[in-house]
Design a protein around this ligand. Structure first.
Ligand code: ADP
Ligand code: ZN
Length: 222
């Protein structure tokens, strides 16, 4: 099954995508993670993308779209995939449709996570990530803290704050881009009949793992 995870920064889309990937075997394809890995390894792509990322701007489509197309060509994406962080604009969604059409494929489900804005900002500020790029586990100092402060439960590496999570300016910029450029995708996929909106909020006592459970149940029931 081919799935897209949508949701503003801090809604927990990476967490949901990670659980779904683990349980289904379909790879989680996170454009942000691929960019960060390249940046860490100082590849040409990473250095170029880094110029946009730290300020919270979108990396240009000339870089992003071929990168996703190549990733989707890999063997492990044949049976299904979970896109996390792509597409982020209508233009990217249209490019994705073209890429998939060539392969006789389509998007089967778009999971749109919604969370009150105050809650997402708080979550971004308290988010910590594993510095080991092979692990990339995500924690939250309030909701999901590591067992030992500053240390990843899974691999023991140091936990760090993403550069773009530490500045209010960058967070605001990313949320603004989400609202203006990414949110219109909700209607785009609603029209295609594949949208599934899920509220994730402590207010309704519903978190990412609850959404993942429900989605998994529905996938298996098919
Ligand atoms: P967040 O959703 O918290 O902004 P991500 O890890 O998804 O974090 O992305 C980090 C950065 O990588 C983005 O701010 C942007 O610069 C870049 N990026 C990720 N996905 C895309 C995309 N589809 N198009 C353009 N830039 C992207
Ligand atoms: Zn780790």
């Amino acid at each position: 099954m081919n799935i897209i995870m949508m949701g503003a920064q801090g809604t927990g889309k990476g967490t949901v995508a990670g659980i779904l990937s683990e349980k289904t075997g379909w790879p989680q394809i996170s454009t942000g993670d691929i960019f960060r890995k390249n940046l860490e390894e100082k590849t040409e792509l990473g250095i170029e993308a880094g110029k946009y990322m730290n300020a919270g701007n979108l990396v240009p489509d000339e870089i992003t779209v071929p990168m996703v197309a190549n990733r989707l060509n890999e063997e492990d994406a044949k049976a299904g995939f979970i896109l996390d962080g792509f597409p982020r604009t209508i233009a990217q969604a249209e490019k994705l449709d073209e890429i998939l059409k060539e392969k006789n494929k389509k998007i089967d489900m778009v999971i749109n996570l919604t969370t009150p804005r105050e809650e997402t900002i708080e979550r971004i500020l308290t988010r910590r990530v594993c510095s080991n790029q092979e692990c990339k586990a995500t924690y939250n100092l309030v909701m999901h803290p590591p067992k030992v402060e500053g240390v990843c439960d899974k691999c023991g590496a140091e936990l760090v704050q993403r550069k773009d999570d530490s500045s209010r300016e960058s967070i605001n910029k990313r949320l603004e881009i989400y609202d203006t450029q990414t949110a219109p995708l909700v209607e785009y996929y609603e029209k295609k009949g594949v949208l599934r909106t899920e509220e994730v909020s402590t207010k309704v006592n519903r978190l990412g793992n609850d959404v993942a459970d429900d989605v998994l149940r529905d996938i298996k029931g098919e």
